[in-house]
Design a protein around this ligand. Structure first.
Ligand code: TXA
Ligand code: MG
Length: 320
């Protein structure tokens, strides 16, 4: 198992030697390593069992530092990052030769983000290199929002877990590309499309569910628990009579037939930000409940962070 603590100096020393440290961010925990060192990046892919075609996000602590590994931020992006960084926003930039091809899966763009979390901010400020950090879960599984989640899934594959408590936002960053005339959202996430459009005007939302998407990690089947998970609409067709082994992730009240201890309510007051905060924890909670063999889940209102939650529900329930 990995050591868990809040020792930034220890995290720094491990990372400088090419080791892996799980780091807290406001979105989810990341599996961090030196983004500019191909050997370390290779370890990240191995630990996650992540396919090499799925590039990593590079995390840093200031706009000035980005110049070392990516070319200038496009004008339209400047306004966005000045408003939302540090925060749950990732943008794609042209990469420089400093970034190994492994980090970007051979693409000529690099995904960049300045995360908002005090511990990780301090760590990034003290490091001489940026951190590649995919979500700290085995590839395809539910993302971690506590240090314990990371420990239970990757604890034997990493050197240290920096414990920053529960992630505030709870779902991954929103990814935006500026390669076309109109900015393009490639992954819905913790920054809502509405908030983005308030600052830079209308954007295209181009999230994929194919085997060859623009954001290569956006595969049809992703974020999935180990148990059978079905959409509520599909479940009714099966018309069960015994609900004792059914679990439900609900936004509002949920199904009366299902035992109360098998229900996980995302937000009692039906608040979408709170639902996002609880989403992955809730899924994990139901996945680990011994009494449950099938998890039912239903879409939430498709506005604000609800769109990002629904995208994850869609992928979690997709047949692989
Ligand atoms: O909130 C987050 O973004 C978290 C925290 C740890 O920062 N990280 C995260 O990383 O979600 P990961 O690896 O789970 O997801 C990264 C996504 C993948 O879908 C990947 O395909 C996409 O970013 N991506 C990375 N570089 C890209 C690029 N150059 N072009 C298109 N998509 C890219
Ligand atoms: Mg991920």
């Amino acid at each position: 198992m990995a050591a868990i603590g809040q020792d930034i100096a220890k995290a720094k020393a491990i990372l400088e030697e090419g080791g892996l440290v799980a780091v807290p961010t406001e979105t989810v925990y990341g599996l961090g390593g030196n983004a500019l060192d191909p050997r370390t990046v290779g370890k990240i892919f191995l630990a996650k069992n992540r396919p090499a075609f799925d590039p990593l996000i590079v995390h840093t602590s200031s706009l000035e530092r980005i110049a070392a590994f990516a070319s200038d931020i496009p004008k339209m992006a400047v306004k966005l990052v000045e408003t939302f960084w540090p925060g749950p926003l990732t943008i794609l930039l042209k990469k420089t030769g400093e970034v190994p091809d492994l980090t970007t899966s051979g693409l000529d763009t690099v995904a960049v983000r300045i995360p908002a979390h005090d511990l990780t901010k301090k760590l990034l400020e003290q490091l001489e290199f940026p951190l590649a950090a995919p979500s700290a879960n085995p590839f395809g599984y539910v993302s971690p929002t506590t240090a314990q989640h990371v420990q239970s899934q990757l604890g034997n594959k990493i050197d240290y877990i920096l414990d920053g408590g529960e992630c505030e936002v709870g779902i991954e960053s929103t990814i935006v590309s500026f390669e076309h005339t109109t900015p393009r959202v490639l992954r819905l996430g913790g920054l809502s499309v509405e908030d983005i459009e308030d600052v830079i005007g209308s954007v295209d939302v181009n999230i994929h569910s194919s085997s060859k998407p623009d954001a290569p990690g956006m595969l049809k089947n992703h974020y999935a628990p180990k148990k059978t998970i079905v959409l509520k609409d599909d479940f009714y067709e099966a018309s069960l009579t015994d609900y004792s082994q059914i679990g439900e992730m609900t936004f509002g009240k949920g199904m009366e037939q299902i035992p109360i201890e098998n229900r996980y309510q995302l937000s009692e007051k039906e608040d979408l930000d709170e639902a996002a905060h609880n989403f992955f924890s809730g899924l994990r909670n139901l996945d680990q409940n011994q009494n449950i063999h099938t998890i039912i889940v239903n879409y939430v209102p498709n506005i604000g962070l609800g769109r990002a939650i629904n995208d994850r529900i869609k992928r979690a329930t997709a047949k692989s």
